[in-house]
Design a protein around this ligand. Structure first.
Ligand SMILES: [Zn+2]
Length: 306
């Protein structure tokens, strides 16, 4: 009996080990794709990462979800574009920032001031000890230009949408734009009303992004595309805003709003499900549109926030 129990135990242990190795493999598995000679995108578990090569090393936009991914990203960036000279965080969500601690303390880490304030307000537990040294230390309100090794990176906060602190990063010479989560390509977006996100204002914010000069777009999630791809997403956000407006005007309930909504710009959109955390699907975005229009949500308080 004891011997059988021993074998069962060993078998279980082996299963757990295999699962752990598989899980680790999933987490650190990255796909690198070239966009121009000097700009690459890295896809993985979390937000898309942009890597710019300059004569002085690389600039990386966003760092995915886990410090161990950050280490992997750091090495990939070094291999394709030289040692990382600066890190940009498009916004505060963990799937775009939690790889930061893998980068050297003292490296410039840049975000908007609001993004930094949200990190301090809602994610302080993660940013303890050594990790705190890789919080964004250079912040700005509206725009900021970064010059590295003959390349220009223009950072712009175009307005509220996904949160009210997002930035987009334009690799000027290469005409590539990283939008962060202001653009989910072919999938339902997360809408962080609590951090100032807005269905109603998102489309006007995209107008300001479309005024920039670029050929290629790296979205926060989904495949690389162009301005037309971004315009398709804008049309979806306009439809969603109309649903919210109508719900507010007619006093429609949430269930009614979800049942009757006349969205069709989401045809073919992928659902992103993170077990026990969130499910980004049609019901989710309709709920957010309704909650914003009817005021059924609560803002995170940050210093200087409205
Ligand atoms: Zn996000």
């Amino acid at each position: 009996m004891a011997r059988i129990a021993g074998w069962v135990g060993a078998g279980l242990l082996l299963c757990v080990a295999i699962l752990a190795i598989y899980g680790y493999g999933q987490v650190v598995s990255l796909d690198v794709a070239r966009i121009t000679d000097d700009v690459h995108v890295i896809y993985g578990l979390g937000g898309n990462v942009g890597v710019l090569r300059s004569d002085a090393g690389s600039v990386i936009v966003d760092t995915m979800t886990f410090p161990m991914q950050g280490r992997e990203l750091r090495e990939r960036a070094r291999a394709i574009a030289g040692p990382v000279q600066a890190v940009v965080n498009t916004h505060h969500h963990s799937d775009h920032t939690h790889g930061n601690p893998a980068f050297a303390a003292g490296l410039p880490v840049i975000s908007t001031a609001k993004t930094r304030a949200y990190l301090d307000a809602v994610d302080a537990e993660f940013w303890q000890g050594e990790a705190a040294k890789t919080l964004p230390g250079q912040t700005f309100e509206d725009s900021h230009t970064l010059e590295v090794g003959g390349k220009t990176v223009r950072l712009l906060h175009p307005g509220p949408g996904h949160t009210d602190g997002d930035l987009v990063a334009l690799f000027v010479e290469d005409r590539v734009l990283h939008t962060g989560d202001l653009f989910f390509n072919g999938r339902y977006p997360n809408i962080d009303l609590e951090a100032g996100g807005s269905v109603q204002e998102w489309s006007a914010t995209i107008d300001r992004v479309l005024a920039l000069d670029f050929d290629h777009v790296i979205p926060g999630h989904g495949p690389v595309t162009d301005a037309d791809g971004l315009r398709d997403f804008q049309r979806f956000m306009q439809q969603l805003a109309a649903v919210g407006e109508e719900a507010a005007r007619t006093g429609r309930s949430l269930v009614d709003t979800q049942g009757r909504a006349t969205l069709d710009a989401d045809a073919g959109y992928e659902v992103l499900a993170i077990p026990f955390v969130m499910r980004l699907d049609r019901d989710f975005v309709l709920r957010r549109a309704w909650e914003e229009a009817t005021g059924n949500f609560e803002r995170i308080q940050i210093p200087g926030g409205e």
